[in-house]
Design a protein around this ligand. Sequence first.
Ligand code: SF4
Ligand code: SF4
Length: 103
Amino acid sequence: MAWFAEYPREKIEWYPTIDSEKCVKCGMCMNCGQKVYKWTGDVPIVANPYKCVVGCTTCATLCQGKAISFPDKEALRELYKKEGIWAKVKKELTEEGRLEVTD
Ligand code: SF4
Ligand code: SF4
């Protein structure tokens, strides 16, 4: 399935922000498989923000310093609604047979 029914990723403002005052340099954010972060010197930076999986907050959960934050999830849900993304994704899943009930 195309990502969010072809909706352009760059138009979705969902990515982590690091509060450098809180960062304790634990390195847990580097566990992200999407290569969103890059370790530079002795601190992480958000190098590839649009590679972040929309809606994911795993790195914030792991972050020992509670230094990572994300935009409001409700704003994301508003976007899904406004752009008809739920309906488009459901249509694609149906076409792919992934919503069929199998016993
Ligand atoms: S939210 Fe998920 S995908 Fe995004 S940077 Fe964190 S771990 Fe990676
Ligand atoms: S997980 Fe949090 S505290 Fe640890 S290095 Fe990354 S931003 Fe800093």
